[in-house]
Write a protein that binds this ligand. Structure first.
Ligand SMILES: Nc1c(N[C@@H]2O[C@H](COP(=O)(O)O)[C@@H](O)[C@H]2O)[nH]c(=O)[nH]c1=O
Length: 153
């Protein structure tokens, strides 16, 4: 077989984080310890980190569901420079969730070379892709984390 005859290998893609890939969602329950506190989901940590006041932070951390954490996170007074900080906050949460020995970490590694995209229908074009557009920052950070896990193997 010449190179011209070689089959075209399409790169796999995960287009949304639900159903079989729910583990990749920030709303999936994977308790993690950060700075001596337990957060039920990435969303709990991410939203809590928006709060200026410790009281608001704790309230979001203890929210009953990730939806509730997200709702509360949109109501609090934001820490200064939240826009500059948010990527590192998300990166930190993902590192705490996707550890080498965790189920979540193994799941992420098992996605291999697939392109990870947080396709969504709630209009988020920063962390994901909605209506065919978006920066897909969550997908990018997940792929970054996967690379870090792979480098440790
Ligand atoms: N995963 C997921 C959502 N998306 C999450 O919301 C976060 C951004 O929130 P904000 O900064 O307030 O716009 C970020 O973690 C993103 O992944 N929203 C949902 O309503 N349902 C969901 O299943």
């Amino acid at each position: 077989m010449t190179d011209d005859d070689a089959p075209i290998v399409l790169t796999d893609m995960v287009a949304e984080f639900r159903g079989p890939t729910w583990t990749l969602s920030n709303f999936a329950e994977h308790p993690m310890d950060i700075d001596g506190h337990r957060y039920a989901t990435v969303e709990h940590y991410f939203q809590a980190m928006k709060a200026v006041s410790a009281e608001d932070h704790d309230c979001i951390r203890d929210a009953a569901t990730p939806d509730e954490a997200k709702r509360l996170g949109r109501e609090v007074d934001l820490v200064p420079d939240w826009r500059d900080r948010r990527t590192d906050v998300m990166r930190r949460a993902l590192a705490a969730k996707f550890t080498p020995d965790s189920e979540a970490g193994r799941f992420l590694l098992a996605t291999g070379e697939a392109t990870l995209i947080e396709g969504n229908d709630w209009g988020d074009q920063l962390w994901g892709v909605s209506d065919g557009r978006g920066r897909n920052l969550l997908g990018v950070l997940l792929m970054e984390r996967r690379g870090a896990l792979r480098a440790r193997e």
